[in-house]
Design a protein around this ligand. Structure first.
Ligand code: PAZ
Length: 322
């Protein structure tokens, strides 16, 4: 048996062994399939953006989880820029992480810009007014959000645990296969490499009276291999690679490209990720760096990343046309 077949078998076993929320899962899949079919009918490009971290439950009736740092800014901002590039966007995000457009209000309190109209304060009407001077960008953001929503180009689907994430990624990939090379995967989520299989988890909350806790975490199968070779083999795939040690970053990115055979790895270092990334392909390494002035004005590096990926996707798609 080839190494590839072994990898794919491990992915199948993972699905056999892990249960996920079947009701929500079925609803989400049918929304994804309808969304993809609509865009297929119009021959539109569609990108699947994944965003945020994953939760690793420690108990079957989970009270505790292992989490990671990702807040979802990369994915949420990128989704907005893909929408402005004309793509349909399936935004697969970790519950509670940032979302396109509403992310702009995450640092503040939306209630601070809302006022009850003077003549409504006696409770006879329910008119609220918005003080846009307190949030000058509000109008433009609401307009962009409504345009995306009303044109049917944004579908948001949430997940919580690692298993939900992988199940939804698989279902989305299989649906997106219909679009061939018009489909893009932009996998920005920070997905755990380790988890506890359900058969190894205690049923009830772990008791602190049992003393120090020792955990044995299993490796999550490399499902990217299945995505690229089986679930959506004609799509353009861009993954992210995060490291904290610059010395290994490019080697890890190149290793991923040769292992999975996809098109692009966007490499980033944890503390630089808001202003510097390196686009790594088999042919080149290209640094995208925001200027000091852009950094000071908190411009989104995602605008530049997404522009670059759209150009590469366009070339890829044209190259696959017969
Ligand atoms: O979510 P965020 O904006 O805080 O961070 C983005 C990121 C660092 C999670 C993303 O750029 C990334 O590198 N994701 C892949 C991580 C990895 O699995 O290596």
């Amino acid at each position: 048996m080839e190494a590839d077949d072994i990898d794919l078998d491990v992915v199948d076993l993972f699905f056999d062994d892990n249960d996920y929320n079947p009701k929500k899962y079925q609803d989400d899949i049918s929304k994804i399939q309808t969304f993809v079919a609509g865009h297929h009918a119009r021959m539109n490009k569609v990108v699947l953006v994944t965003s945020g971290g994953t939760a690793i439950p420690l108990e079957n009736q989970a009270v505790r989880f292992i989490e990671n740092f990702s807040g979802g800014k990369r994915g949420a901002a990128s989704a907005e820029y893909f929408l402005s590039e004309g793509y349909g966007v399936i935004f697969l995000y970790r519950q509670g992480s940032l979302r396109p457009y509403s992310r702009h209000f995450a640092g503040g309190n939306i209630l601070d810009v809302l006022e009850i109209r003077e003549d409504c304060k006696d409770g006879t009407c329910s008119q609220l007014q918005v003080d846009t001077t307190k949030m000058p960008s509000l109008m433009a953001i609401v307009e962009a959000y409504q345009t995306a929503k009303n044109s049917g180009r944004l579908l948001e689907v949430s997940y919580h645990s690692l298993v939900d994430y992988i199940a939804l990624l698989k279902a989305s990939s299989e649906a997106l296969h219909l679009l061939g090379s018009l489909a893009v995967f932009y996998l920005a989520a920070a997905v755990s490499d380790f988890y506890i299989p359900p058969s190894d988890m205690p049923k009830h909350k772990i008791q602190s009276t049992s003393g120090p806790l020792q955990l044995a975490l299993h490796q999550v199968p490399k499902f990217l291999r299945a995505l690229v070779s089986k679930w959506s083999p004609k799509a353009f795939v861009a993954t992210f690679k995060l490291e904290t040690d610059e010395a290994i970053l490019i080697d890890k990115a190149l290793g991923a490209l040769s292992k999975y055979g996809h098109q692009v790895v966007i490499a980033n270092i944890l503390h630089e990720r808001r202003y510097r990334v390196i686009i790594v392909t088999k042919e080149e390494q290209k640094e995208l760096l925001l200027s000091r002035a852009s950094q000071d004005q908190e411009h989104d590096i995602e605008r530049v990343i997404v522009r670059d990926i759209c150009i590469r996707h366009d070339q890829f798609h044209k190259g696959t046309e017969v």
